[in-house]
Structures are given as C-alpha cells and as structure tokens.
Design a binder for this molecule. Sequence first.
Ligand code: URP
Ligand code: ZN
Ligand code: ZN
Ligand code: ZN
Length: 527
Amino acid sequence: SSSKILIKGGTVVNAHREQVADVYVEDGIIVAVKPNIKVADDVTVLDATGKFVMPGGIDPHTHLAFDFMSTQTIDDFFSGQAAALAGGTTMHIDFVIPVNGSLTAGFEAYVKKAKKSCTDYGFHMAITKWDEVVSNEMEIMVKEKGINSFKFFLAYKGALMINDELLLEGFKKCKSLGALAMVHAENGDAVYEGQKRMIELGITGPEGHALSRPALVEGEATSRAIRLAGFVNTPLYVVHVMSIDAVEEIARARKTGQRVIGEPIAAGLALDESRIWDPDFVTAAKQESALLSFFVFVLFLPSNDFQPFQPDDLSYFRYVMSPPIRASGHDKALQAALSTGVLQDTLTFLQLVGTDHCSFNSTQKALGIDDFRKIPNGVNGIEERMHLVWDIMVEAGQISVTDYVRITSTECARIFNIYPRKGAILPGSDADIIIFNPNSSLEITAKSHHSRSDTNVYEGRKGKGKVEVTIAGGRIVWENDELKVVPGSGKYVEMQPFSYLFNGIEKLDAKYLSSLKAPVKRSKSTA
Ligand code: URP
Ligand code: ZN
Ligand code: ZN
Ligand code: ZN
C-alpha cells in the first residue's frame, strides 16, 4: 500500500481500446497512462507484463445488510465489500429499502450501515408505496442525496410489491427528475397463485420455488414494465434478467429504439437447473405437478407415488433466488444477448452484468425447511462475478477483452452517470484498477471465499483467469491472495441525474404532443 503506484508493462484495457502502457497513480487518482513512465524511488512498482490492467469492476446490483424475509443478509457493508475487492470489484450499488415507506428514514439507515465500508459504493432506492410525501422525498433523494435510480418491485406480494398505478406514477416522477426507473419484473399475483398451487399439491420443498414462478411470469412483467415505460417515455432498467422470455421482450423494445437496459446477473449466466438438481428429480417433479393438477381439478383424486423433496441435504436451499435459476437454455440465451452486435453496443440486448449478491448462510436458508415460501431469497456473487464473466464470456470466445471491461464496469458507470470518474483507466479517473492474469486459474469454494456465508452457489467451479491485484482508491487492497482492507476507507459516490439515457427524450415528447394536435385542428377547420 502506497499513495504512489506505477503499474508497468501491462495491456491497459478500456471499453474503447487496449494498449500496452504504464499507469501512474498518485493520491487515489490516475495521473498518467502512457508507455515508459519514469518515476522516483519512493513509488511502489507493480510489474504487469503479460497481464491485463483494467478498471475495477462495478457491481450495479447488491444487497448488503439487507433486512429481508425475517432475517438479514449475512454479508454487511464490510464483509460484502471485502469479498468484492478480493474478486476485483471496486464499487457496488446497493438498494436502499425505505423504512415504513419513508425514503428519508431508509436513506439514513443505509448511511449508518455503510459507515464501515472499505470500498466505494452508491445507492439505488426502492419505492414501495405512493403518496405526496414519497413523491417529494424522491426529489430530495435526487437533488440532495446523490441517488439517480429507483427500483419498483412487481413481485413480493404483500411486502415490496406495487401495482401498475404506482408504477406509472413512479415512472412519471423518475422522468421529471431525470432518474432511471428500475424494475424487478415478475408478476407477483401470478407467483402467489403458483405458490398456492404447489402447496395444494403437497410440494413444500425448495423445488417448489422455481416451479411456482416459471419464465412466463417474468416475461409478462418485463413486457408490461417496458410497455408502460414506453407509454410514459422514460428510460427503463430491468434488473436480474433471468429468462429467454424477458430477453425477447427487451430485444423487441430495443429494436424499436426504446431505451431499455437489461441486466443479467452472474447466477443467470453461470447456473442452470441441471447444475443444482438431479435432472431426473426435476423432470419427475414437473411431470408430477402437471399430472397432479389434472387429477385434482378433473378427477379430484390425489396421486400418491410422488415423493416431494426430502430436506436431508440443505445444499439445495442455497440456490433459491428470485427470479429463479432456470432450465438450461436460458443461461445460453442470456450469454448470447450480452454478445449480440458487439461491434455497436446499442445493438446488444443486455448491456452489463450484476450479481444481486444477497447472501444467506445455511441456517438462514433453513428458515424455509418446511415451506419453500419462507426460504430467504438470494445468492452470492459479488466476489465471483468478474471471474465468472471472464470465463464464460471471454475465455469461451463470446466477447473481446474490451467488451469485458464495458459489461463489467464502463457501461455501469455510464448508465449511472459516474463515467469517466469510474469505469475507465484515464488520467483523472479514480484509481480503481485490477491486474488480471489470463493464464492463471482459480477454484471457487466457500473454504476460501470472503463472504461470511458457509456456502457458495459456485462451489467447486474451476475457471481460467485470476484477479491478482486490486487497487481501490489508489491503495493496494488485494495482492498475493491477501486482503488489506480498512473499515471506513470506502467513499459514498453521489450520482447525478440525466445520464445519457435521457438525451433527446424531450424530442419524443414533442413528437407525441404534435401527433395529438393534428385531429383537434381538423375539427376546428370543419366547424
Ligand atoms: O432473490 C433475490 N433476488 N433476492 C434479493 C431481492 C431482489 O429481488 O433483488
Ligand atoms: Zn429483485
Ligand atoms: Zn436484488
Ligand atoms: Zn483471504
């Protein structure tokens, strides 16, 4: 750790190009990026020959110290961020949840939670109810508190879920403030119906979770949110896109020029049901639930040969998240949508990768031992994202190294209006940098990860490429598999409204208004 660092001889990668160059850092800021920089003796020199020097990852979607489903996530703003740094992520954006509907109280609670931060962070805010007070608080959050995005949950009926009326009010408010609207797109009423069906069928184990909320439930909500955002003419960000159904809706909208951002998460790209369940078991459960509905609704006869999941092995519970991990095929579609049209990034249907890191340990997951509806939803990923995306997308030949930087860092910085302070290796940018060795390899395991959870959804997964050094705010915080993190050293990054996604939006409004005037004029002239 030093306030002056020279990174020598690496291939410096930005989203727009790569070049062999040295990077010189002083007091937390990148001062120079060019070949053969000469420095004095008091400078710490890191040799990056044969390695990539890239902007630290920015995770757009995390839940640290999140009070959720009768418990709190096992990772807080220190342990979650330490894990992030060990995995090459130097900034994350977390979701502030209002306290009893109060945005101000929610914000203050999160400011407290984030005091021990060891890496930079920003905030999105969830909107869970609607009235004058909330509407005014949104304005305060944007104008005074550095928040430029709001998340609306179309799922979690009875808890976080909102209806379409609130969604439309929220979209209008976001638009007037230049804030980005985000949606959790699953139809919460349909999920509720699906859960009732599973319970009626006697399926109470974790397999009931995914069976109760199939991809169509995600497709419907994604379609609805996109169309309503189009109706209001405001940009939309769809969080944790997990299915072909949702990708198709996003692709359709983007082809018409609508400003829709799709965020796949590491779990959706890297996992599918076959990695979790015994495939025969899933098939049996699906057939049986179809068969059972037939008997229950047509013949009123219960079936007796299907054995619901026996919770002798808690490891299945760890994969429960919403939207759920889906059948093989959805993962490939998400990967393809991230790489489509790489020559022109406006053509890609998904633009960046998050994690939705929302980690619980086995004891917490066991809260749903008798009823899958009580399993706290969420998986890990903040430490694994950079490695998984490299392995699945770059190592497998689906995208280039510059695209990798774009989808793990730069595009997130652009969308949330913090580029080029973040997401770039340029003079003047924050010194958040990783040195990545593409020839090294890594095995993911709970035995050595830095999350506080006792499990990891990627347990045993081996991959090519390794983050060897992480520099955050100009300090070496990860080197030789050692973390050197300081609680309280992370800074809150305020995010300003009206990102590039709002450019020219008023022209579309004007077009809409003039289309309304035409018939009025006609009726006057005939009078
Ligand atoms: O299962 C999940 N995704 N838990 C975190 C909350 C959310 O919906 O993002
Ligand atoms: Zn969500
Ligand atoms: Zn989330
Ligand atoms: Zn360690």
